[in-house]
Ligand binder design. Structure first.
Ligand code: F3S
Length: 403
């Protein structure tokens, strides 16, 4: 027996709510059949990936323009993943004009369908923060694992098109992470290593993700971790192992471990080995941080590190526009720009055309960025702690900022 549809879902499928909704419901139904879902589940928000011109190209732009031209509208609050540039300062970033034109056209198509031009992989820092137990349809992998693990919301790792379809119809197939029985860890990771800063959590995520390979992970032995640390951990797990859920004893809202779950230990030796393997050497034309997009706390830390000094290399701090505006009001953006850095909103080092801007090597403190910068941007990557990446006129970097 196929998935059961409600009356409203059936109307959408029959074309009574317009061609766009019909097409979207057909896609959702096909996915429901593939994944063995018994039906759909209503979702309260969608986060749509496939927004950068770099990743979807002309074919994606034409598809979106066609959908928008047919009057298709989203049914629920929908926000977007980072685009390929700062929508208000792409010239300042030196983004090629031809790229910018296409990127703005993509944004226009999404906005005309009713999506909010909040372009971030951290919607939970930009006013879209689902509660525990809430069903959502998010696409960006680091946002998905954060929502499931840290917020206790329920979302599968949607693709760009399926998240858009969920936004258009207000529902998503009810399988995977939406079902309680699947929210159970099959791998226990016992951590016995000092986690000194956010980049350490990324290193741990790369190790755990690589072993878990999609299975939920239960971490033991971590005494303290704030949201930023969990953000770096989850992003790396998703990048290195396609993971969508982890638990941390005493820290995350859920803790469920399957009887007989595999166990592994991670100590200083494993951490050191992974850290070394992520680093391709000290060259860096530019330093980028904010992967996932930086929080206000991270921006404060960076402002503290660069205050009153001059950076030797360009620095991008990738953020959502919402967080950038707060940072500007608090004077933090000025401190960073006075030092020669830049708060780059709406975009990130991976989805912007960095290679077209002449950058060949990038310094990062995010394990996730290490995974994608070589293939998507042709970059050689220097992975280190942020305090060690920053170099200043008249002296080496300040090794400050524990986080
Ligand atoms: Fe976000 Fe870009 Fe990193 S989308 S998680 S900053 S690769």
């Amino acid at each position: 027996m196929g998935p059961e549809l409600t009356k409203k879902e059936r109307c959408m499928l029959d074309g009574e709510c317009g061609e766009g909704k019909q097409q979207a419901m057909e896609i959702l139904l096909a996915l429901a059949k593939i994944y063995g879902a018994k039906g759909m589940v209503p979702v309260t928000s969608a986060q749509i990936s496939g927004v950068s011109y770099k990743t979807i190209g002309d074919a994606g732009l034409e598809y979106l323009q066609d959908l928008a031209a047919r009057g298709t509208k989203v049914e629920i609050p929908a926000c977007l993943n980072p685009i390929g540039m700062d929508s208000e300062d792409w010239e300042g970033m030196n983004v090629p004009e031809q790229f910018a034109e296409k990127q703005l056209a993509i944004l226009k198509a999404y906005v005309s369908m009713g999506a909010k031009p909040t372009c971030t992989c951290t919607p939970y820092l930009a006013g879209v923060r689902p509660k525990a137990g809430e069903h959502i349809a998010w696409a960006e992998s680091s946002a998905v694992i954060f929502a499931n693990s840290v917020l206790g919301a329920r979302t599968n790792r949607e693709g760009g098109p399926s998240a858009l379809c969920a936004a258009i119809c207000g529902v998503t197939p009810n399988y995977g992470m939406h079902l309680e029985e699947n929210r159970v860890a099959d791998l226990i990771v016992k951590v016995d290593a000092p986690l000194q800063d956010r980049s350490d959590f990324g290193v741990l995520g790369a190790i755990a993700g690589g072993v878990a390979r999609g299975r939920a992970v239960a971490f033991r032995g971590i005494k303290k971790a704030g949201e930023d640390e969990l953000k770096y951990l989850g992003a790396a797990m998703a990048a290195f192992g396609s993971n969508s859920l982890f638990f941390m004893k005493g820290i995350t809202p859920e803790w469920r471990v399957r009887d007989g779950a595999e166990e592994m230990a991670v100590g200083g030796v494993e951490m050191g080995r992974m850290r070394k393997s992520l680093d391709s050497g000290p060259e860096q034309d530019i330093i980028t941080t904010g992967c996932p997009h930086a929080s206000l706390a991270e921006i404060k830390d960076i402002a503290g590190m660069v205050k009153g000094r001059k950076l030797k290399k360009p620095l991008w701090v990738c953020v959502s526009r919402v967080v950038k505006e707060v940072a500007a009001k608090r004077g933090l953006e000025k401190v960073i720009s006075d030092a020669g850095g830049r708060l780059v909103a709406d975009t990130c080092m991976v989805v912007s055309p960095m290679e077209e801007m002449g950058y060949r090597s990038t310094g990062v403190n995010s394990a996730k960025a290490v995974k994608y910068l070589p293939t998507m941007c042709g970059q050689k990557v220097h992975f280190s702690r942020l305090g060690e990446l920053l170099e200043f006129e008249g002296g080496k970097g300040k090794k400050v900022g524990k986080r």
